[in-house]
Write a protein that binds this ligand. Structure first.
Ligand code: CA
Length: 290
């Protein structure tokens, strides 16, 4: 049926017109609910384009919480990674930035890095048995020994850097845009820029990263959502809404968004926390029911 004929039919038959209207409004309502769940704790006005893209995407992954561990509410988490069964965290804020080896059961720091210079720590990853911490704007990259967190060396990366992970012999760095930068860690030159898209829409705000089981997982700032990215073409293949992970009574300031993703290969599960969150959650992804 051609559109003009359809309109004519609707005008002739008011009930059919109202049926169409109800269907349209119910569709909007479904999208609205999805937006609200994904950005339930978002007080910082995530871009409308981002919200719309998620509302149009397929349903999020389900997840199961396997365990909950304490987390220091003073920790402005910027990166989380496992190395040899130990969990390491990078914290941000000027004067508060360091790398910490965590006791998962107590939430306390077993070992802390000790850098006197003021910088803003960001993502944390592992390369050649060393922990690599990037920083926001000073171009500083710090390499630490995992056992005692002594500084091994410093390098420069003249680019804004938010999150990081490692794929084989390259680091992958986010910069808050929709791009992921593939870096040679020997000279910190950019080898490749991967554009991340969801149904052909660019998704910006990519932050903390984790490479796990062939996919890149990234949390999308400022939200409590994690997206699953195909590292070969940048397409988002799934997403996870973690806005219900923290109990409502534990809701924290505006800046307290999800920002820690570490994958434990042997336990087949993710360890998730956020800036200033009181807990680290161990979760297992489950397929969605699309
Ligand atoms: Ca990570």
């Amino acid at each position: 049926m051609h559109v003009p004929k359809l309109l004519l039919y609707c005008m002739k038959d008011a009930s059919f017109f109202f049926l169409l209207l109800i269907l349209f409004l119910s569709k909007l309502g479904t999208a609205g609910e999805k937006i609200q769940t994904c950005f339930a704790n978002d007080k910082s006005k995530a871009p409308l384009a981002l919200k719309t893209a998620f509302s149009l995407a397929s349903k999020p992954y389900h997840y199961q919480v396997l365990a909950r561990f304490p987390h220091r509410t003073s920790a402005f988490t910027e990166g989380l990674v496992f190395y040899k069964n130990n969990l390491y965290e990078s914290t941000g804020l000027l004067g508060e930035s360091r790398v910490v080896k965590l006791n998962l059961n107590t939430g306390k720091a077993l070992v802390k890095s000790n850098i006197t210079e003021i910088y803003f720590g960001e993502g944390l990853t592992v390369f050649k048995q060393q922990l690599v911490q990037i920083s926001l704007k000073k171009g500083k990259v710090l390499f630490f020994r995992p056992d005692n967190l002594q500084l091994i060396k410093e390098m420069k990366f003249e680019h804004e850097a938010w999150g990081s992970t490692t794929i084989e012999n390259r680091l992958v760095i986010s910069d808050g845009s929709s791009n992921l930068l593939f870096i040679n860690p020997e000279d910190f030159k950019i080898n490749k820029i991967l554009k991340v898209t969801l149904q052909d829409k660019k998704i910006s705000g990519l932050n903390e990263l984790e490479f796990a089981e062939g996919n890149i997982y990234a949390n999308v700032w400022p939200s409590n959502c994690i997206v699953e990215i195909n590292p070969s073409n940048g397409e988002i293949t799934g997403w996870l809404d973690l806005s219900k992970l923290l109990p409502e009574e534990d809701l924290l300031p505006e800046s307290a968004v999800l920002n820690g993703i570490a994958y434990h290969k042997q336990k087949h599960s993710f360890f998730i926390t956020g800036k200033l969150w009181p807990f680290i959650y161990q979760i297992k992804l489950q397929a969605n029911d699309n």
